[in-house]
Design a protein around this ligand. Structure first.
Ligand code: NZQ
Ligand code: ZN
Length: 380
């Protein structure tokens, strides 16, 4: 077990009929003016918008709306949000949506105190101050509702980079699994595969951290079974709830405790891929790259990855487990190869260069440019 600090300050309010509590929670904290941030129309179509609006009005909380957050949120839209905060004197951000909306909320919250927000994503300045963030989660997967990270894309430079800071943990996140029943199936799958991948980023570093490894194996199994059930019945509340909570604990510090911070090479490669092709959902990119990465690093943690094969996929060999994992992802409708997304082999070196642009990557094996290209070839 590696040394670790666990300090997660986010209060979670989980379950049915919880969204209407937002007004009262904000009022208790003395917050009376928020930036109400959301994406497209999904929150209007499933009744979430109406519930949030009524709750804010009933508790005399003023709100400035900022809609149109894109999946894979971008810097320019964030900057408009920062200006809105400054012009209107808002004292908190309320994000209603998925990882993209929450990540942009964190960016706006930090940007309210910085002369140049992108400098923080570029690692030139540290984020030490932010407006308080509140979230209402409508799609599970990223874990952003209970962590201090934010991923943002600078479309001009095609860089998808991240920041992490303690002040970016949401103060309160409301998770009502019922609102997730309106998700298109592919979005439910993307979220589930994202959470499996967060767990894997830690799992690959496994050695003797039995408690964390056991929690991770439970997360894998819970998500696989929840997605199998939801494929048959999208209204299965218990499976939605299990998927949502498994996704939250996959990246809130609990499952990764003692794992030395995890590996995270696959996420960096995927961020490079979706920086070049923003139409590729994060979960889809991970579904393609992770099996290839596991094959590539197998020799560096054989015993543990054999355990993964047996305990998670019920397979006698690692090779068989990877094929079973890919077949499972495919059965959920996910793409499992880069060629399905019309990525060409001549784009590999640009993706590799981008993946290695911010810092070096890979803890289990420090990856060179050629290594990343090799992984992309396996994923092709
Ligand atoms: O824009 P709307 O209309 O709201 O539609 C959204 C969006 O199109 C839709 N949606 C959300 N809830 C819905 C719904 N549709 C119907 N019913 C509902 N209840 O789903 C689409 C995807 O939403 P998005 O927020 O983009 O998805 P996700 O939560 O997967 O977030 C992805 C982003 O998070 C980043 C990713 O890189 C990507 O930019 N990540 C953030 C992390 C973090 N902060 O810790 C870690 C992750 O590894 C990841 O990198
Ligand atoms: Zn992810």
């Amino acid at each position: 077990m590696n040394n670790f600090i666990f300090n997660n300050p986010t209060k979670i309010i989980f379950g049915r009929n919880t969204i209407i509590q937002i007004g009262e929670e904000l009022k208790k904290l003395g917050i009376y003016k928020v930036l109400f941030l959301y994406g497209g129309n999904s929150i209007k179509n499933n009744g979430t918008y109406e519930q949030v609006r009524n709750s804010l009005i009933n508790h005399n909380i003023e709100f400035i709306e900022h809609s149109g957050v894109q999946p894979n949120p971008i810097l320019t839209h964030t900057e408009i949000g920062i200006d809105l905060c400054k012009e209107n004197g808002v004292t908190a951000i309320l994000a209603v949506g998925g990882g993209s909306v929450i990540d942009e909320a964190k960016a706006i919250a930090a940007g309210a105190y910085l002369p140049n927000l992108w400098d923080a994503y570029a690692g030139k300045v540290k984020v030490t101050q932010a407006l308080p963030i509140f979230t209402i989660l409508t799609i599970s997967g990223t874990g952003s509702e209970m962590n201090g990270s934010s991923v943002l894309t600078n479309s001009e430079t095609e860089q998808k980079w991240f920041i992490s800071a303690h002040c970016l943990f949401p103060k309160i996140s409301i998770i009502n699994p019922s609102v997730m029943r309106t998700l298109p199936w592919n979005q439910t799958v993307n979220g589930g595969i994202d959470a499996i991948s967060h767990t894997l980023e830690n799992y690959v570093m496994g050695k003797d951290q039995e408690i964390s490894i056991s929690i991770q194996e439970s997360i894998f199994k819970s998500i696989i079974s929840a997605l199998d059930n939801l494929q048959i019945d999208k209204n299965n509340y218990e499976s939605r709830a299990s998927l949502a909570w498994a996704s939250t604990i996959a990246l809130n510090g609990i499952a990764g405790a003692g794992m030395g911070g995890g590996d995270w090479a696959v996420h960096r490669i995927e961020h490079a891929l979706s920086a070049i092709r923003p139409d590729i959902a994060h979960g889809t990119g991970l579904a393609i790259i992770f099996p290839a990465y596991l094959k590539f690093v197998y020799e560096f943690n054989k015993v543990h990855l054999d355990r993964f094969a047996k305990n998670v996929w019920n397979c006698d060999s690692f090779e068989e487990a990877i094929e079973t994992m890919k077949a499972k992802y495919k059965s959920w409708g996910s793409a499992i190869s880069l060629s399905e997304l019309n990525i060409e082999e001549n784009q590999f070196s640009a993706i590799a260069k981008k993946a290695l642009e911010q810092t070096e990557i890979g803890k289990l094996k420090n990856l060179s440019n050629e290594d990343v290209i090799e992984i992309l070839k396996i994923a092709f």
